[in-house]
Design a protein around this ligand. Structure first.
Ligand SMILES: NC(=O)c1ccc[n+]([C@@H]2O[C@H](COP(=O)([O-])OP(=O)(O)OC[C@H]3O[C@@H](n4cnc5c(N)ncnc54)[C@H](OP(=O)(O)O)[C@@H]3O)[C@@H](O)[C@H]2O)c1
Length: 252
């Protein structure tokens, strides 16, 4: 049973995996509205043995698919694409949901990399629909490597200082991305927060203690002044001691 704790309290009447199916996000004219989905252990770890797999429950995985189904595009940091097998097919009911919402069958897959070191054999470079987008300052090198590996992509150039503002404007205007999901990882989440363009965070707090050396969900230098970002809870749910929080980021 999924229990809603905030903003009101009570049992969620539907299938717990559907809990976010009816939500909508604002449409911004200048860039996509960006929401992140992350999972953390109770002691704040975002990795187990170098990957995210194993942190969240089966329900967390299902909710991840449903959040993906809301998005026009999914943008991942290169570290996550190197660490995890990120691509998955949507089950039929989510494809149907997207059709009913007037969205394309599949979100546009994207990866951001400064080094150009992405796994060129990744499934995201072999999708039948829209080619994946790579946000990178190394446009020609990346394109050549993807083609050499038998895949396809389009490149959106970003400057070497990691500024994402122009690329985000291109995603909104040229690629019609209104709602952009990111699943991190921790360094990319930091980059989005530092540039004040992450709008919402869906965080699963898994009832597990991992300890060890793993990263937290946001990795980077101290944000100053501290805290630079506050969060406002929009929804909070509980299932089998796992907490699902949706919050809005408020930049100071
Ligand atoms: N718990 C969770 O929810 C969750 C979610 C995602 C990932 N993870 C885990 O986190 C780990 C990976 O984390 P990570 O922090 O190393 O990887 P990451 O955040 O996915 O990727 C970091 C890389 O993305 C690129 N990048 C980020 N911001 C950029 C910018 N503004 N401009 C250009 N490039 C930019 C750089 O790529 P280059 O290095 O290629 O230059 C950077 O090194 C994995 O273990 C993964 O399993 C956990």
């Amino acid at each position: 049973m999924l229990r809603e704790l905030l903003p009101s309290a009570g049992e969620y009447p539907g299938d717990p995996a559907d809990v976010y199916d009816q939500i909508t996000f604002p449409t911004l004219p200048e860039r996509p509205y960006i929401f992140a989905n992350m999972v953390s252990s109770l002691d704040g770890k975002a990795q187990v043995n170098g990957a995210a797999a194993g942190l969240g429950s089966a329900l967390d995985q299902e909710i991840m698919s449903h959040l993906r189904s809301l998005a026009d595009g999914i943008l991942e940091g290169a570290g996550t694409v190197r660490a995890d097998r990120i691509y998955r097919y949507f089950p039929d009911h989510l494809l149907q949901l997207r059709r009913r919402r007037g969205q394309k069958e599949h979100p546009r897959w994207m990866v951001v990399t400064h080094s150009g070191q992405v796994p060129y054999d990744s499934a995201i470079f072999r999708l039948p629909e829209d080619p994946a987008l790579v946000l990178t300052p190394r446009a020609s090198e990346v394109t050549q490597n993807v083609v050499r590996a038998g895949g396809r992509c389009e490149v959106v150039s970003i400057p070497s200082d990691g500024s994402l503002h122009e690329a985000l404007a291109i995603l909104r205007q040229r690629y019609q991305i209104r709602w952009l999901l990111t699943e991190g990882g921790p360094h990319f989440l930091y980059s989005l927060m530092k540039q004040r363009v992450l709008d919402e965070l869906f965080l699963t707090l898994a009832p597990k203690v991992i300890a060890g050396e793993g990263m937290t969900i946001v990795e980077g230098a101290l944000l100053s002044p501290t805290p630079q970002i506050r969060t406002e809870i929009l929804n909070l749910y509980e299932h089998d001691s796992e907490l699902f929080v949706r919050c809005r980021l408020c930049y100071q």
